[in-house]
Design a protein around this ligand. Structure first.
Ligand SMILES: [Zn+2]
Length: 242
């Protein structure tokens, strides 16, 4: 299966933005069964012309730090987890040929493309990072570093657990003023909807946000931490300027 590219909707070919599916295997070097992870990365990334040894990965901490990375950072976390860039949940770059990666199982991956600079960002948005507004943090970093303007940005969402399946505790109501849906059985959260609103709040045009609306819990094509707990592998989201 061809990797999915959220920017196809915009007819742009100067950026790679893909995520793997469960059938591509576990892509994590630290979670789930990791014995085939490097081989899985090699096969999946090779199919889209990316050398798995040049990947830049993060030691994700559910925060909102977004790191600027360049050619010299290539390979961080590519072959072992320990060399991943520490304490970050997102990357930005304006350099071509620098593949940025985020690993998820239920959390949302967010791809941001500024075709004007050009520059890109990839973000790891679980509910904690969403609460901290990592979308805004990512856009701020792009503005500081590259002069990106929100109105120019194109955004694609990866798969995540959705409000059909993501039941949360009552006390989430005090942390989120929107994106929580009350229905029979409890309160359900839509991480993608909240990030979409946060992006629009930063000045991103609503029609420039593409949400394919895959639910990782409902759809067996994806890993789900809620469903599989510690056994869950991770899917990889990768973005690169060509
Ligand atoms: Zn679902």
């Amino acid at each position: 299966m061809l990797p999915y590219n959220p920017f196809q909707k915009f007819g742009l070919n100067s950026v790679t933005a893909v995520f793997s599916r469960k059938q591509d295997g576990n892509m994590s070097l630290s979670y789930g069964d990791t014995k085939s992870s490097l081989a899985n990365r090699k096969k999946f990334l090779g199919s889209i012309g990316i050398d798995y040894r040049s990947l830049i990965c993060a030691q994700q901490v559910h925060g909102k730090n977004v790191e600027y990375v360049r050619q010299e950072n290539k390979g961080s976390g590519a072959l072992d987890y320990a060399s991943s860039i520490m304490d970050t949940d997102g990357f930005i770059t304006d350099q071509p040929g620098v593949p940025l990666a985020i690993l998820t199982a239920d959390c949302l991956s967010i791809f941001i493309y500024d075709p004007e600079r050009p520059a890109i960002a990839i973000l790891h948005a679980g509910w904690r990072s969403t609460e901290k507004n990592i979308s805004q943090a990512g856009i701020s970093r792009m503005r500081e570093k590259f002069g990106s303007q929100a109105k120019d940005l194109l955004v694609g969402f990866g798969p995540s657990i959705r409000s059909c399946c993501f039941q949360v505790e009552e006390d989430f109501k005090s942390n989120f003023s929107f994106g929580l849906l009350k229905r029979e059985g409890g309160i359900f959260m839509d991480i993608a909807l909240i990030n979409q609103r946060q992006l629009v709040g930063c000045g991103v045009e609503e029609e420039n946000i593409f949400d394919p609306a895959f639910c990782t819990f409902s759809d067996d094509d994806f890993f789900s931490f809620r469903k599989e707990a510690q056994a869950a592998g991770r899917l990889i989201s990768v973005m690169m300027l060509k």
